[in-house]
Design a protein. Structure first.
Length: 171
């Protein structure tokens, strides 16, 4: 039995490694391309472009299966998000983590003109708060991001952030 153990382990290891190295099924259906308009290197401002909120690098990763956000705020805060289409659930998901420890989980869909994701979190004072973020591509190549919150389970909404993404030259 002891002589067979290395052979069995070798077969298991080889088959596991071979499976991991195979070409993945890919993320080639149209749903995976719905958020591609957000990829690029962006300067994020108010609507007039007078106030700069920060910069954002959005990259496509994992053979087109993942968008990776790298945010750098003009006041020093940073954060990252992973954005992906969940094939089984048939929805988009974002997991955001900020340098201050804030974690936000959102899910949603592309509604034909905007990517709209929502999720529950806590306000700074502690009560539950609903977050809704909509990214809308503009005809001139910009992207508008509107982040709204609701303290009454979505009955009313308050806009907390209205930012305009402008691609940096060469991006």
């Amino acid at each position: 039995m002891n002589r067979l153990l290395p052979v069995v382990l070798g077969i298991v290891l080889f088959s596991t490694t071979a499976a991991a190295q195979q070409t993945p099924p890919g993320c080639t259906t149209p749903e995976y391309r719905q958020f591609d308009f957000w990829m690029g290197i962006w300067t994020v401002t108010d609507s007039a472009g007078g106030t700069t909120y920060g910069t954002n690098l959005i990259t496509g990763e994992e053979s087109g299966c993942l968008l990776h956000e790298h945010w750098r705020g003009s006041k020093g805060g940073t954060g990252q998000s992973l954005n992906f289409y969940d094939r089984q659930g048939q929805y988009w998901e974002q997991v955001w983590v900020a340098s201050g420890g804030t974690v936000l989980r959102l899910t949603g869909h592309f509604d034909g003109s905007s990517m709209v994701l929502e999720g529950d979190g806590a306000s700074p004072s502690g009560p539950p708060i609903r977050n809704r973020i909509a990214w809308t591509p503009q005809p001139d190549g910009r992207v508008r991001q509107v982040w709204s919150t609701s303290a009454d389970s979505g009955a009313t909404w308050k806009v907390g952030f209205d930012g305009w993404y402008r691609k940096q030259p060469g991006s």
